[in-house]
Every structure is written in structure tokens, then in C-alpha cells.
Design a protein around this ligand. Sequence first.
Ligand SMILES: CC(C)(COP(=O)(O)OP(=O)(O)OC[C@H]1O[C@@H](n2cnc3c(N)ncnc32)[C@H](O)[C@@H]1OP(=O)(O)O)[C@@H](O)C(=O)NCCC(=O)NCCS
Length: 189
Amino acid sequence: MITVGLITSEDIPEALKISLRELGSDYLSAEDFEEMIEPKDGFCMVARENGHVLGFSICKEFGPEEVDDRLRLPHSPEREMLLSKKKIGLLDSVSVSENARGLGVGRIMSEACLAQFERDGAEIMTAMAWEDVHGHANIDHILRNTLGITRSFALIGYWNQFVTSPKGHDCPMCGAPCKCYGRLYYRIF
Ligand SMILES: CC(C)(COP(=O)(O)OP(=O)(O)OC[C@H]1O[C@@H](n2cnc3c(N)ncnc32)[C@H](O)[C@@H]1OP(=O)(O)O)[C@@H](O)C(=O)NCCC(=O)NCCS
């Protein structure tokens, strides 16, 4: 049976392995997962089956003063709207192991994150989804059809801003620098 719960230190090695493979070598580190054991600013859900991690979802919660640093959006009505909220829930990274895809793991974890944001009093849930060079966002269906989140604008080369490597983000799909998009989604509670 697949269960979803908050990450523990035992989950980190398998969660990191999934991240390195699916999100790239320079995106999340062991320290990023360790910080989520007793997080100050969010939570990390993991899906498990038979003692193994099938996927993880890192979420952040913050106020308007952190919107620009965390999301790096251009001046736009969407940015203004986010800046007007007292508490923002960001679905930051969702990843499911390749051999566990299509079983509903991504959906179950994303639903658990939405429910946690609501419990924590977030006024809005947002996500910057990875969208490939052909305009396909793997998580689009989950966000729009399952969670009822509105799709907004996309920013090309978005992920290069979040890594320190001089060549830019080492994207599993297009290499470095990454030419994929960050697509903004949001749902007001
Ligand atoms: C995107 C991802 C998290 C989906 O996880 P998953 O557990 O395979 O998804 P689910 O089984 O819960 O599927 C839920 C729905 O999304 C659809 N879906 C899943 N992956 C999809 C994809 N790559 N493209 C289009 N639709 C997809 C499913 O068909 C399903 O539709 P349904 O509700 O009508 O049956 C997973 O493919 C993944 O980790 N990809 C690599 C990393 C990534 O892109 N993460 C998102 C970064 S923003």
C-alpha cells in the first residue's frame, strides 16, 4: 500500500537518488533534504511503499517579503497578486521514481501538500513547474485537473537562476545551460 507522510532522515538517501536522476545533478543536495526534517519554512512529503521511497514533494511557506527572492517573477499582475497575500504556499519540487510513475504517486503527494497548505493557513498555493523546450509540463495535468490550479505565464531559461554552476542548470533533458521554462501556476484559497 502506498502511504504519504512527512520525510524522516531514513528517507533521505532514496529521495536524493530520485532527485539527482529526475531533477538534475545540481538541483537538490542532501542538505536540502536534511533541512526538511525540522523545517522552519515548509514541509517535505514522501510517498513510500514496502519501506521504500517512491517520490517526494518539497513545499515552502513564506510571506510576501520573500516572494521576489523565492520566485523571481517579472513585474506582472500575478506578482502583485502574490505580494498581496500574507502567507504563500509554494509547491517547490515534485519528483517520482521512474519505476513508480503512473500509479497516482504524484497526484496523492500533491493533494497532501494542498491539504497541508490549507491547514497551515496559506492564502494561496503556487508552483513554478518545469516545462520542457516543447512546452510540455509533466505536472500540468496534476496541477490543473486534480488540484484545480490556474496556469499562467512561462519564463524561458528560468532554472538557471537557481544553481551556482557557471554554465547554468544541468538539465536532465537539455543539458547546461537549461533552455526549458518555468511555468507559473496558482490557486487562491
Ligand atoms: C510529473 C510526475 C511527478 C508525475 O508523477 P506520477 O506519479 O507519475 O503521476 P500520477 O500517476 O499521479 O498521474 C496523475 C495524472 O497525471 C498524468 N501524468 C502523469 N505524468 C504525466 C506526464 N509526464 N505528462 C502528462 N501527463 C502526465 C497521468 O496520466 C494522470 O492522469 P489521470 O489523473 O487522468 O489518470 C513524474 O512524472 C515525475 O517525477 N517526473 C519527473 C520530474 C518532474 O517533471 N517533476 C515535476 C517538476 S515541476
